[in-house]
Design a protein around this ligand. Structure first.
Ligand code: PGA
Length: 258
């Protein structure tokens, strides 16, 4: 398959600078050597305030740093926003875009996700574009329709050459922070659908694009989720705040990458 597994910890609105540095110090000590370039990609997404300090502490490791969102313009009168070039300058090389909390709590629409994705790509960041259905949509049998529409909207105007740098995160909204993960079969079904959709959009390069699963990933379910053919890693929320748990999940991806 040739896809290198990719695990990213989404810290959300957790950790002061001091707490963040303490956590990545643990990651550096336990995981730093395991993540050789080309074996697995591991990243953490701290709050904006901690990015620079986390980047500095992770120097000399293969662990990358991600922003949790960015604005679509490089600069301007957008109080409270952070731009993609600012993230890049701070040392981030990835950015999570269109997370369901951004969509649900802050009204972010597919169109915004698409312009943010373009901005991130322009700045040299690799975007992680999140999609996923709500419980109501799943129960109404609309999962594929919803996820397909989110992919169309969120990747609008992004060509095949740029898409190679995009990771998709499938995160069913009902599984995020609920302790109720999608079963490996449920997740694989949607991942296969996403792969097919990407193939229709981008052709052969879809085979090389990574699709992470997210939603209550824990050490206890990571191995069987990662064993699915179209699951190329994980976007991890709660469990990424605890070094031992995040390391265990990353190790499951390392095994897959072997
Ligand atoms: P969770 O969050 O692992 O806490 O369910 C996942 C996410 O929101 O990315």
């Amino acid at each position: 398959m040739g896809r290198i597994p990719f695990v990213c910890g989404n810290w959300k609105c957790h950790k002061t600078i001091a707490d963040a540095v303490a956590l990545v110090t643990e990651l550096k000590n336990t995981l730093g050597m395991a993540t050789r370039a080309g074996t697995i990609d591991v990243a953490v997404a701290p709050p904006f305030t901690a990015i620079a300090a986390v980047v500095k502490r992770l120097e000399g490791t293969q662990i990358g740093v991600a922003g949790q969102s960015c604005h679509w313009e490089d600069q301007g009168a957008f109080t409270g926003e952070i731009s993609a070039p600012m993230l890049y300058e701070a040392g981030a090389r990835f950015v999570i875009l269109g997370h369901s909390e951004r969509r649900q709590l802050f009204g972010e629409l597919d169109q915004a996700v698409s312009v943010k994705t373009k901005s991130a790509l322009r700045a040299g960041l690799s975007p992680i574009v999140c999609v996923g259905e709500t419980l109501g949509e799943r129960e109404a049998g609309e999962t594929m329709h919803r996820v397909g529409a989110q992919l169309d909207g969120s990747l609008a105007g992004i060509g095949a050459a740029e898409a190679t740098r995009v990771t998709i995160a499938y995160e069913p909204v009902w599984a995020i922070g609920t302790g109720r993960n999608a079963s490996p079969a449920q997740a694989q079904e949607v991942h296969a659908f996403i792969r097919g959709k990407l193939a229709a959009m981008y052709g052969a390069i879809a085979t090389g694009m990574r699709i992470q699963y997210g939603g209550s990933v824990k050490p206890s379910n990571a191995v069987e989720l990662m064993a699915q053919p179209d699951i190329d890693g994980a976007l991890v929320g709660g469990a990424s705040l605890v070094a031992d748990q995040f390391v265990a999940i990353a190790r499951a991806a390392i095994e897959k990458g072997k």
